[in-house]
Write a protein that binds this ligand. Structure first.
Ligand SMILES: Cc1cc2nc3c(=O)[nH]c(=O)nc-3n(C[C@H](O)[C@H](O)[C@H](O)COP(=O)(O)OP(=O)(O)OC[C@H]3O[C@@H](n4cnc5c(N)ncnc54)[C@H](O)[C@@H]3O)c2cc1C
Length: 434
């Protein structure tokens, strides 16, 4: 294992060199660093904050995300995170419990874990694989010479001695994993397509005696001031530590794009939490915090001559349900693979494979998701679709599989799967609004 830089900002040398520089140490950056380091690459990961750190999130891991984590040596069972066996969908006064399906690639369970624990474990995993890491260091700008990206400039976020020490990191390849705002990506020319919907979400922790429930719950009952159902949902995700993560998510594109206060929507939702959770809406253990969810492959380009963009920085969040950790881990892994090919062959053109791999894995899924999120903004459609899903276990199963990207899992009723395939084929005839 290579010697680690550790977390001391004072000890940071002025100039560092590496083969693979990773900007940002969330799920996407940790996965990219882990998979690159495991292949013996010389990796340097720079993270602005220090782990453990807070991050606004619902904390729910789908089976896809759990599968990615296990592959990285982070086993939610061994770590004693709260495991769940399915999704409870609630709408129009009815509930449907749908078990996670057994898949060849994924386990048949998910997990809920607070982000400080999740991120600290993934970070440690990347370090154990051999990645050098720096925390408390903020990347301030790309380092560009002769029009070519050579690395980054960075600064100690909180110099212990009051000085703000600068450093330069030189790299052959750069992975941009700096989250939804992605200042580094924007500096290199990445842009979010604003006509695609993005998510807005907010959460807080509440005590509940049902904190160890084996179900996570999504409730489709959010309405605007005229009583029309909004394209979004409220959630209760039991954390297993005496609390549940309670939150609300909304698509930015709803009819008329009327300004809706997320705070007010969160407040509305806390009054609607199903009684079975025994949650006192006035008893939050934390201030509500929120954030943006760039989704559906909305950021382009996602690669350049010697850089690739992963996770939220690439707009990778699942447009069907707002799940971003699984896509962050998967795009981080893909990035490590293509950079590995480029290093092995000494051919930067290999990075073109990244866009191709993203398109092969997600483009059809995202395209249908983008069209659906656009359609859901029309008044009345959200109500009709949720009525359809809640009345039939088959449609509920389909809704769960589609929304959590588990269509490839075995089993389940054949007809709804066929419906999805037809819808996905027909959707190819519709172009995105740009
Ligand atoms: C309220 C809310 C609820 C959500 N609920 C869920 C959920 O239940 N399940 C789910 O799967 N997803 C959920 N998501 C989405 C999920 O949180 C993100 O998709 C996921 O965190 C993306 O990982 P990432 O590594 O791409 O970005 P991040 O987790 O944002 O990590 C980016 C990292 O880069 C660092 N960074 C940024 N700029 C710099 C810089 N200049 N220099 C150095 N470091 C930098 C940041 O400090 C951060 O650590 C939710 C999001 C929100 C806002």
């Amino acid at each position: 294992m290579r010697q680690q830089e550790g977390t001391s900002t004072r000890a940071a040398p002025k100039t560092l060199s590496c083969d693979v520089l990773v900007v940002g140490g969330g799920p996407a950056g940790c996965a990219a660093a882990y998979w690159s380091a495991r292949e013996g690459r010389d990796v340097l990961l720079i993270e602005r904050s220090s782990h453990p750190r807070e991050r606004a999130c619902g904390d729910a891991l789908t089976p896809v995300a759990v599968g990615e984590l296990i592959a990285m040596g982070c086993d939610p069972g061994a770590a004693r995170w709260h495991l769940h066996r399915g999704l409870r969908i609630t709408a129009h006064g009815q509930s449907l419990e749908v078990l996670w399906p057994q898949g060849a690639r994924w386990p048949n369970y998910g997990a809920v874990v607070r982000r400080p624990r999740l991120d600290a474990l993934m970070f440690a995993s990347a370090q154990a694989a051999g990645a050098r890491t720096l925390t408390g260091i903020e990347v301030t700008a790309p380092l560009i010479t002769d029009g070519h990206l050579r690395g980054c400039r960075a600064i100690a976020a909180h110099g212990g001695d009051g000085r703000r020490g600068e450093l330069t990191a030189r790299a052959r390849y750069v992975v941009i994993a700096d989250g939804p705002r992605s200042g580094f990506g924007r500096a290199l020319g990445t842009v979010r397509t604003r006509t695609y919907a993005q998510g807005l979400a907010m959460r807080a922790y509440y005590p509940t005696p049902r904190h160890a429930e084996p179900w996570i719950e999504s409730v489709f009952a959010l309405t605007d001031s005229s009583g029309d159902q909004l394209p979004g949902y409220g959630w209760v995700f039991p954390v297993g530590d005496g609390t549940a993560n309670v939150g609300v998510g909304l698509l930015s594109h709803h009819y008329g794009n009327k300004a809706i206060s997320l705070e007010r929507l969160f407040e509305q939702w806390t009054q609607q939490i199903p009684d079975r959770w025994e949650i006192d809406p006035t008893g939050a253990r934390s201030e509500p915090v929120g954030g943006r969810l760039p989704m559906g492959g909305s950021v382009r380009p996602r690669s350049g001559p010697n850089w690739v963009v992963v996770g939220d920085a690439a707009g990778s969040i699942n447009p069907w349900n707002g799940d971003g950790i699984g896509p962050a881990l998967a795009t981080g892994r893909l990035a490590a693979e293509v950079i590995g090919h480029a290093l092995d062959t000494d051919d930067g053109l290999m990075l073109r494979r990244y866009e191709a791999a993203l398109a092969e894995r997600w483009e059809r899924y995202h395209h249908l998701g983008r069209l659906t999120t656009r359609a859901l903004g029309r008044p009345g459609l959200m109500r009709k679709l949720t009525q359809l899903a809640i009345r039939s276990p088959r449609m509920g199963d389909l809704a769960m599989r589609v929304s959590t990207d588990l269509l490839a899992s075995a089993g389940g009723p054949k007809t709804p799967r066929r419906i999805y395939q037809i819808a996905s084929s027909v959707a190819r005839l519709w172009r995105d609004r740009t």
